[in-house]
Write a new protein. Structure first.
Length: 154
C-alpha cells in the first residue's frame, strides 16, 4: 500500500470514529460521574470525536512521524476503551462515569471497526516512515558514522 493510501484510510477511519462519537454523545449525556466535578459520558464522546478529527487532519496535512503517531495513539486508545468498557465493569472512577456497556449495537460496532482499521494503517505508516536525519552545518549527518581513519574530508 502506498503512503498516500495509508494516510487516506487512516484519516477515513478516524473520521468515521469522530462522526459516530459526535452523534452518540447526546444520548450519553445523562451518564455522569460522582463527586463535585462530574464528567458525562457524552462529554467524553465529544472529546473522542474532536481528538479523532484533529488526528485525521494531522495525518493528512502534516507529513511527519509525530502526526502519524498521534493518529495511531488516538485510534488504539479508542479500540482499548471500547473493548475495556464492553468486557470489564470498571465502575465510576472519580469524576468519570461508569461506562460499562456489555451490548453491541451498529454504531458501536462501526466505531470499533473504523478504529481498528485506523490503528492498523497508522501502525503500517509508522513502520514505513523513517525519522529524518538532521545535518550539521558542515553537511554531515548527525546519525552517520565518522569518516574512516586515514582519510580526510575536503
Amino acid at each position: 500500500m502506498s503512503g498516500l493510501l495509508l494516510r487516506l484510510v487512516t484519516a477515513a477511519g478516524l473520521a468515521v470514529d469522530a462522526v459516530v462519537h459526535w452523534n452518540l454523545a447526546p444520548q450519553f449525556d445523562p451518564v455522569v460521574g460522582s463527586g463535585p466535578a462530574q464528567v458525562s459520558q457524552g462529554q467524553l464522546f465529544r472529546l473522542e470525536a474532536l481528538l479523532a478529527l484533529v488526528a485525521a487532519v494531522l495525518v493528512l496535512l502534516v507529513r511527519r512521524r509525530w502526526a502519524v503517531l498521534v493518529a495511531f495513539v488516538v485510534a488504539v486508545a479508542g479500540v482499548a476503551a471500547v473493548l475495556l468498557y464492553r468486557y470489564v465493569d470498571v465502575g465510576a472512577v472519580g469524576p468519570l462515569p461508569d461506562m460499562f456497556d456489555p451490548t453491541w449495537y451498529p454504531q458501536k460496532t462501526l466505531s470499533l471497526v473504523a478504529e481498528v482499521i485506523a490503528s492498523v494503517t497508522a501502525g503500517a505508516l509508522l513502520l514505513r516512515v523513517r525519522p529524518r536525519r538532521q545535518t550539521t552545518p558542515g553537511g554531515a549527518s548527525r546519525t552517520s558514522a565518522p569518516p574512516p581513519r586515514g582519510r580526510t574530508r575536503r
